[in-house]
Design a protein around this ligand. Structure first.
Ligand code: SF4
Ligand code: SF4
Length: 657
């Protein structure tokens, strides 16, 4: 039996006080920093759903396992090692004051606890080896960032913690004083290592365990491993609102728009930085970053956290004048304008970080406070303001695409079941107009009662909102609601996923509540009901591209595919990155109207996926995507080799016009 020297408890008490003191000091400092967040973002509603999110996403880390099984597994081993070992940690620490103290549990619980402890310590050790293997052998690019060294130090500590348990248990087995030796098969097997002088080895590994453990505790909140503590809070305060809804600003009560200083964000937004695991998944899936642009969603989050910590004393003292703002320390203006708002970063993030709202807030500051924006953004906003569409084409031309199709205007006859919301692309772009015509013909063929607003329809405000001009976006939304209410519109079919998202999720914030359906959903329903019968063979190989605002934002994946499946002769192939992981076409977030001068074009990258899938036709359900593909085939000089069709166009080909 090991005995405790009299001085040990004094040394241990001092050591614990220092380490726990540093941990608490840092924790309090971080909480004070988080509380400087000025924006309101209360998330206490749907308490049950939040607790469920905490359990599934925070504790069982559902999203960590998503896609990357190897990483999920190694992370799971380490995480559960810590959960189970927290009990034995208490015991090991207490032994420094009263040697031989055991957790008072009845048999066989004590035995089971030791069994679990050793098993989980072994898995934890394996997890650390896997993590080292990944970092130093596989070397994924996304992990090669400035946090790499600190993460390695933390891994060494974790290794020390888990392996020392097995070793001091083995030494105890060699001494013959282990409790429940039969429940500890691993340490019993390893005990042969310590046949000579087992007591000395017990002391060495016991001390190693406590040294690694409490130094780790003191150090952890200075590293990205602060996510151990903060990520569960992020899961609880997960966004339960529709993914595509941008938080409106109360224009009456607000004087400062957007953010340019970190403390202007909300507590929940600041928490993202401390919850971030620096796994790099967001950056790895960012279309802008993948095509060589400096926008880096992980750095956006990490630099935001570092700015908060670095400027913390000044922020807490209220002396922020003259300090560099977020455009200098977090992301430059150029980077902020490179975002397509595709939502891939948010979707991929295992700790529920929200990148897009921060980017929008920074754009809001640039546009509404500083009046700084690229010339093309300025042009688009002016065009929307003057002619209610981003191209600035005369607003009275909006209904021209429907000439000769015998489509009702609500101004002439509002007694229709559905409003067909055409959108700006369908009204003014050449290919867009053809798609709108296809949809109208199909609706007529199926005997749907519908009409359009024609010149009374205005941009939904989607581009203006995502470009940061909340004033203009709200003006558009409110004017449209007025028109819709004038005709007592109840049901809307939209052609564009961006209009669909705005009408469905953003108009209700301003009192415009309608039943909104995207044309791919509506046409799929008509096919299912037998009101449209695809009968002509379309002998092509086609692939479907999931538009971000339809798929990732609104979970519409199945309906367009069901239409393609119903077309005789059509061979449908899935390309790399489909459904939730679809790569953006590059046109969202107002990027459709901006020059792409840095790196490769996102649309070209996506078109390469289509070509690799050996599809002769790329089918979309978003007119933004169609424009981007039309542009990419020109850049790639494959115009005659790859057809671009909307889901309505290919359906009409089979149904017959
Ligand atoms: S929304 Fe898309 S483009 Fe923007 S940062 Fe995230 S992944 Fe990149
Ligand atoms: S923001 Fe999320 S996805 Fe990106 S590095 Fe951090 S944890 Fe990973």
């Amino acid at each position: 039996m090991v005995t405790t020297p009299f001085w040990l408890s004094y040394v241990l008490a001092t050591y614990l006080a220092v380490c726990i003191g540093i941990f608490l000091y840092r924790l309090i400092y971080i909480i004070r920093l988080l509380r400087t967040g000025k924006a309101k973002d209360k998330r206490w509603d749907h308490f049950g759903r939040r607790v469920w999110a905490l359990i599934t996403l925070g504790i069982f880390q559902k999203k960590v396992y998503h896609k990357e099984r190897f990483v999920g597994l190694l992370h799971g081993f380490i995480f559960w090692a810590f959960v189970v070992l927290s009990v034995s940690i208490m015991e090991t620490t207490a032994q420094g004051f009263a040697m031989g103290w055991r957790i008072p549990l009845p048999e066989p619980l004590t035995g089971l606890l030791y069994f679990a402890e050793e098993g989980i310590a072994a898995l934890g050790t394996l997890g650390v080896f896997m993590a080292f293997f990944r970092r130093y052998v596989i070397k994924p690019k996304k992990l090669m960032h400035e946090g790499f060294r600190a993460a390695t130090v933390v891994l060494i500590f974790i290794f020390g913690i888990v392996v020392s348990i097995l070793l001091y248990d083995a030494a105890e087995q060699a001494m013959g004083t282990a409790t429940d030796p039969g429940w500890r098969p691993i340490s019993r097997t390893l005990s042969f290592l310590f046949t000579s002088n087992p007591e000395l080895f017990w002391w060495i590994f016991w001390a190693m365990h406590l040294l690694c453990l409490y130094i780790f505790l003191a150090y952890v909140l200075f590293t990205k491993h602060s996510h151990i503590l903060f990520a569960p809070f992020n899961s609880f305060w997960v966004n339960l609102k529709p993914k595509g809804e941008i938080r409106p600003i109360d224009l009456e009560k607000t004087e400062v728009f957007g953010v340019h200083r970190v403390e202007q964000l909300s507590l929940r937004q600041l928490l993202d930085g401390f919850a971030c695991t620096e796994c790099g998944r967001c950056t790895d899936n960012c279309p802008a970053n993948r095509t060589g642009k400096p926008l880096d969603p992980m750095h956006l989050i990490v630099h935001m956290r570092d700015t908060l910590v670095d400027q913390g004393p000044a922020i807490l003292a209220g002396k922020t004048e003259g300090l560099p703002d977020m455009f200098q320390t977090v992301h430059s203006e150029e980077q902020i304008w490179q975002c397509t708002t595709c939502y891939a970063c948010v979707y991929e993030c295992p700790v529920m970080n929200e990148h897009v709202p921060k980017i929008i807030e920074m754009r809001r500051h640039l546009v509404l406070m500083d009046g700084k924006m690229p010339t093309q953004v300025m042009d688009v906003l002016r065009n929307v303001e003057q002619n209610y569409n981003p191209w600035g084409i005369g607003w009275d031309q909006r209904g021209k695409w429907a000439e000769g199709l015998d489509v009702k205007m609500l101004a002439d006859d509002a007694k229709v079941e559905y409003l067909f919301w055409v959108g700006c692309v369908g009204s003014f772009d050449e290919h867009g107009k053809k798609i709108a015509q296809s949809i109208a013909r199909l609706l007529k063929k199926a005997g749907v009662s519908f009409g359009i607003l024609g010149p009374e329809e205005k941009c939904t405000g989607d581009p203006a909102r995502r470009m940061g001009n909340e004033y203009l976006a709200q003006t558009m939304i409110k004017q449209n609601i007025e028109t819709l209410n004038k005709y007592a519109v109840k049901k809307i079919i939209t052609m564009c996923p961006h209009c669909f998202n705005s009408l469905k999720h953003e108009f209700p914030d301003f009192g415009g509540k309608y039943e909104v359906v995207h044309h791919s959903q509506f046409l799929a329903r008509l096919v299912k009901e037998g009101r449209l019968k695809p009968s002509r063979e379309v002998s092509e190989a086609a692939t479907y591209h999931d538009a971000c605002y339809l798929g990732r934002y609104n979970d519409v994946f199945q309906e367009p595919r069901s239409i393609l499946k119903s077309i005789p002769g059509l061979r449908v192939v899935e390309m790399e990155r489909s459904r939730e992981t679809s790569l953006c076409c590059g046109g969202g977030g107002g990027r459709l109207w901006m020059e792409e001068t840095v790196g490769k074009k996102v649309s070209v990258e996506r078109t390469e996926h289509v070509v690799a899938a050996k599809a002769g036709t790329v089918v979309t359900a978003c007119p933004y995507c169609t424009i981007m593909f039309d542009d990419a085939v020109k850049v790639m000089d494959i115009e005659g080799k790859l057809k671009r069709k909307d889901i309505a166009e290919i359906l009409e080909q089979s149904v017959g016009g």
